[in-house]
Write a protein that binds this ligand. Structure first.
Ligand SMILES: [Mg+2]
Length: 494
């Protein structure tokens, strides 16, 4: 009995020990699991806070990017408007004026067209840097897109002058930028609007600065202009003219006038320049200096060009075997860029049965501002057709004398600004003589424009001039007057 009891106690002890060991094991496992869980928890917390930091950084970067112009790093249009709004509030609060300068590079497209986008981008980056260097800490500069920039500045009372800033911007941007061994050159035009003088609404002020910029470009580029309320009317007027011109072309309101081109030796009319005139019922006679730029801005120049060319072919056809050896028609730079130009010319000549060598197309030096290679190719296509080419207003624009060697030029038209002074200015005379020497040496015929007196005509003839036109002979006139003139002239000369 006693032995049985002893065995039982032993068994129970062993079982308790076993249970205690098991309990110890379990609590150790629980402890270890707890430690692991805590570690995981803190890892998770770390990852969450890291991720939150990354997201915040990304969010800030995204905001910065959405406010910045990717190419130049300047503010973009969106943030420019926000900054303008902020600045206007601040300046109003402090009773200060603010200026908004709208800036545009002149002929920037030519850089992209002729040297490629890499060169254009390099130029924009350099210009952005120069603008940043020119402004004060309290000013802002933005790239609004393409070659458009803007500056906003408060007019502080420390002697700051917006005129001086505009001058410095114009001068600084004119300095060439060097890129891959090439010198890139542009100029810039600026329009300035003032707050609160011109208004306090950011979008209005931006529009006024744009209108002033438009006027600067019209007046000759590379300069700046303050907005004036009358400019708005002027812009509206041009819009009205553009829509009237569209109607005018349909209603056949464009007339073609003719100015004789005379042989300096014989005094005989041998050629004629065709000039367009617009008789607008509301405005009366509108000069080409007004409506040609409007036609160029819109696509109306192509229709206008067709009308003038066709009317000239029609009117001149009977005279081509009757004393007139050639007639000239002016081409605007935009027409020269038209890839259908050669076909348009060929079609007009065929329709009126005019031989191609009877037509002379006058182009100006500003075509050199376009892609020179493309301009040369277009002139060669016209020349291959048999058409003659005259370089108009020679010496007043962007003459690159070496171009004369490579372009198919048949006539050089010497600008009136040289011709009008030859009877009293030795230097003007020397210039005209030099142009005659060039043209004679290259077998290019010369036409002196703007001859107003018998004395000028005589001098031109004495120094080797070839052809001339100007009020001394006749003003441009409508076709019926021109016919009467021609009959008289041919009669006198025979
Ligand atoms: Mg001309």
């Amino acid at each position: 009995m006693e032995q049985r009891l002893e065995r039982r106690v032993k068994r129970e002890r062993a079982a308790r020990k076993q249970a205690e060991a098991l309990l110890e094991d379990k609590s150790r496992m629980l402890f270890e699991a707890n430690v692991r869980l805590e570690k995981l928890n803190s890892e998770l917390e770390n990852r969450v806070s890291e991720r939150t930091r990354d997201l915040e950084l990304a969010r800030r970067q995204a905001i910065a990017l959405s406010e910045k112009d990717q190419l130049t790093g300047l503010a973009n249009r969106r943030s420019f408007l926000q900054q303008l709004e902020k600045m206007l509030l601040t300046t109003q609060e402090h009773g200060l004026n603010a200026a908004i300068l709208a800036l545009d590079l002149d002929h920037f497209k030519n850089i992209n067209d002729t040297l490629g986008h890499h060169a254009g981008d390099a130029l924009l980056i350099a210009i952005a840097q120069r603008l940043k260097n020119l402004i004060r800490d309290c000013d802002s500069v933005a790239r609004l897109g393409g070659d458009e920039f803007a500056i906003i500045c408060p007019i502080t009372e420390d002697g700051f002058s917006v005129e001086r800033l505009a001058d410095r911007v114009v001068q600084t941007l004119e300095r060439p930028v060097f890129f891959e061994g090439k010198s890139l050159e542009v100029s810039c035009s600026i329009g300035i609007a003032m707050a609160p003088t011109d208004g306090n609404c950011p979008t209005d002020l931006q529009r006024y600065a744009d209108i002033a910029l438009y006027c600067t470009k019209e007046r000759g580029r590379g300069a700046w202009t303050f907005f004036e309320p009358s400019m708005g009317e002027w812009v509206e007027e041009r819009k009205r003219l553009a829509s009237n011109l569209r109607v005018g072309l349909d209603r056949d309101e464009i007339e073609v006038w003719y100015q004789p081109i005379v042989d300096l030796k014989s005094g005989k009319t041998v050629g004629v320049e065709t000039l367009s005139r617009w008789f607008q019922p509301d405005f009366g006679l509108v000069g080409p200096e007004t409506f040609i730029p409007i036609a160029e801005e819109t696509a109306l120049i192509y229709d206008l060009g067709d009308i003038v060319l066709n009317k000239a072919c029609r009117d001149m056809k009977p005279w081509l075997d009757n004393g007139i050896s050639r007639f000239s028609v002016n081409l605007s730079p935009k027409q020269l860029k038209d890839r259908h130009l050669v076909a348009r010319v060929a079609e007009a000549l065929a329709r009126h049965q005019v031989p191609a060598n009877k037509l002379c197309l006058e182009v100006t030096e500003s075509m050199f501002l376009w892609d020179q290679e493309a301009a040369k190719q277009r002139l060669e296509e016209l020349s291959d057709l048999g058409v003659r080419i005259a370089l108009d207003d020679f010496g007043t624009g962007f003459s690159n004398l070496s171009q004369l060697r490579f372009l198919p030029i048949d006539y050089l038209k010497i600008d009136r600004s040289f011709v009008c002074d030859i009877d009293h200015d030795q230097r003007a005379l020397a210039l005209v003589k030099a142009v005659f020497a060039i043209s004679n040496g290259m077998s290019i015929r010369s036409i002196a424009e703007g001859v107003e007196t018998a004395e000028q005509a005589e001098i031109l003839s004495l120094i080797g001039g070839d052809l001339a036109q100007g009020y001394h002979y006749a003003k441009p006139m409508p076709f019926n007057e021109f016919e009467a003139f021609l009959k008289g002239n041919l009669l006198r000369a025979s």
